[in-house]
Design a protein around this ligand. Structure first.
Ligand SMILES: [Zn+2]
Ligand SMILES: [Zn+2]
Length: 384
């Protein structure tokens, strides 16, 4: 039974396989024990969705069962969403960590447990971090909740937010600041990923940081760097709108890829190499380029997955004692509030949101994303 005011059925984008996402009317999901039901207002399309669309399933548990959620089969995608809370746990349920008999719950205490103490009310606007952690395992206890041994992600390993409604664990939600437009708030999750990457880069204030790429992911990393640190940033991107955007987002210098890249980067920094290089383009050969562009003893961070398996000069890594690191998702309780604070205090949302489209446009937009024709973010309004 759904609460009054919540429709019994909802529109949803259900992933079945490559080039097979069905926009259908499905029953509104039951709110799981300890969770809130969110009416989705905006849901971002991610590069991961485009990969699943073009060559998947790679991550979605369509052909094999997910180890934590036990989801197996077609799945509602969408892991970058904001919405309005329409149903909350009742007092008795909130007081008891155990799921009431007969109510749907996910993996017992995973849905409740420590960290589920933020009180939300019906009508609150919230941004979702999508990734869910247990709060009790060794990685969670050391604060690396994105490495949780019981981690799962709405829209990647369980039904997500590219639908009218979704049931969401409370601890993964952060209130949307009052004056922040929904279109901007919808960037909170991917921006949190960028902020996490900026932290993982190990850059310190005073460092010279080179960011390879000027697309959406790189823009989120750049925003994170500039928010967290006082660093001098050079962005490598082809001349044009993305270079101009990087400058508006705070890049100190931009350089275009060319055979003279090393010299151009050194000139941009006023001589010498970067202390930290962040590869955020995913383009072939760029991780190797990152290694060649960092100073001796410097750090290289790989963000996201390269489109082609990279070859690396391990001799150069060793002889120049370069630290190579990676970054995945975000640490929700730190990075998601920071993301919303950045969105509320900058023009990042206006810079990056390309358009808002109905669910029926999803396939066409995924084709554009796959073809590299999207420079910003495309949002779905499931109620359009
Ligand atoms: Zn994503
Ligand atoms: Zn954990």
């Amino acid at each position: 039974m759904t609460s009054p005011g919540i429709s019994e059925r909802m529109p949803a984008a259900v992933y079945h396989g490559a080039h097979d996402i069905r926009i259908t009317d499905v029953p509104t999901p039951e709110r799981r024990a300890g969770e809130v039901l969110v009416r989705v207002l905006r849901s971002g399309i991610c590069g991961t969705d485009a990969t699943e669309w073009s060559v998947g399933p790679k991550v979605f548990p369509v052909t094999s069962e997910h180890a934590v959620t036990h989801h197996h089969g077609p799945m509602v995608l969408g892991h970058e969403f904001v919405g309005e809370i329409v149903e909350v746990p009742d007092a008795a349920e909130a007081a008891s960590p155990a799921a009431p008999a007969g109510s749907p719950s996910l993996a017992g205490s995973l849905a409740t447990g420590p960290g589920a103490s933020v009180a939300f009310a019906v009508g609150d606007l919230v941004a979702s971090g999508a990734g869910v952690w247990c709060g009790e395992c060794a990685r969670c206890l050391e604060g690396r909740t994105n490495m949780c041994l019981n981690y799962y992600t709405l829209g990647l390993s369980l039904d997500g937010g590219m639908a009218g409604y979704v049931s969401v664990p409370v601890r993964t939600l952060v209130p949307v600041p009052a004056a922040l437009p929904l279109d901007s708030a919808a960037l909170a999750q991917p921006l949190a990923v960028g902020i996490h990457a900026a932290r993982r880069s190990g850059a310190l204030s005073g460092d010279r940081v080179l960011v390879i790429g000027g697309g959406a992911i790189a823009s989120f990393v750049l925003a994170g760097l500039k928010h967290l640190l006082d660093v001098e940033v050079t962005v490598v991107e082809f001349a044009g709108p993305k270079q101009e955007r990087a400058l508006r987002l705070g890049a100190d210098h931009v350089v275009s890829p060319s055979e003279r890249l090393t010299a151009d980067v050194e000139a941009a920094f006023g001589g010498g190499r970067a202390d930290v290089v962040i590869e955020a383009s995913g383009a072939p050969g760029q991780l190797a380029a990152a290694v060649s562009l960092v100073r001796n003893g410097g750090r290289v961070l790989a963000v996201g997955l390269p489109k082609v398996q990279p070859t690396l000069d391990v001799h150069s890594l060793v002889f120049r004692e370069i630290t190579l690191d990676s970054s995945l998702a975000h640490v929700c309780q730190t990075d998601l509030p920071a993301a919303l604070a950045i969105l509320a205090s900058t023009t990042l949302g206006e810079e990056l949101v390309e358009r808002v489209v109905p669910l029926s446009d999803l396939g066409a937009q995924l084709d554009r994303l796959t073809a590299g024709q999207v420079d910003g973010k495309i949002l779905i309004d499931p109620w359009l």
